[in-house]
Design a protein around this ligand. Structure first.
Ligand SMILES: [Cu+2]
Length: 112
C-alpha cells in the first residue's frame, strides 16, 4: 500500500512540473537586421507552449519557424499571430524566419 501511495505521489509531482507557458515575441528591426525578441526562450520539457507573435517592423511580413516542433507561421505587418506546441523533447532548437533565411535566428531551450 505504501508503495502505491509513493508511486501516486511521484506521478503527481512529475505531472505538476509541466505547465502552460504564454510567451510574447516582438519583431524588432534596426539597421536592416530583424529579430524576434527575446531571442532566446526557455521552457520545460512537457510544457504546453503558446507564443504570441507581434510584427510591427516597417519591412512587412515575416515568418516564425521552429522546425523541430513543426511550428511555422507568417505574421503580416501590424498583425498578431499565435502558435502553440508541446515541448515534448529537451534540447536547444532553432527559431527563425522561414521567409528571409538571412535573418538572425533565435533559440528555444527546452530543459529536462
Ligand atoms: Cu523575415
Amino acid at each position: 500500500m505504501k508503495t502505491i501511495i509513493l508511486i501516486a505521489c511521484l506521478l503527481v509531482s512529475f505531472s505538476a512540473l509541466a505547465a502552460k507557458r504564454n510567451i510574447t515575441l516582438v519583431n524588432y528591426e534596426t539597421d536592416g537586421v530583424k529579430q524576434w525578441l527575446p531571442g532566446t526562450i526557455i521552457v520545460q520539457k512537457g510544457d504546453d507552449v503558446e507564443i504570441t507573435l507581434i510584427n510591427n517592423v516597417p519591412s512587412g511580413v515575416h515568418g516564425f519557424m521552429i522546425p523541430d516542433f513543426n511550428v511555422r507561421k507568417e505574421v503580416q505587418k501590424g498583425k498578431k499571430e499565435v502558435v502553440t506546441f508541446k515541448a515534448e523533447k529537451a534540447g536547444l532548437f532553432d527559431m527563425k524566419c522561414h521567409l528571409h533565411p538571412a535573418h538572425v535566428g533565435g533559440q528555444l531551450l527546452v530543459i529536462e
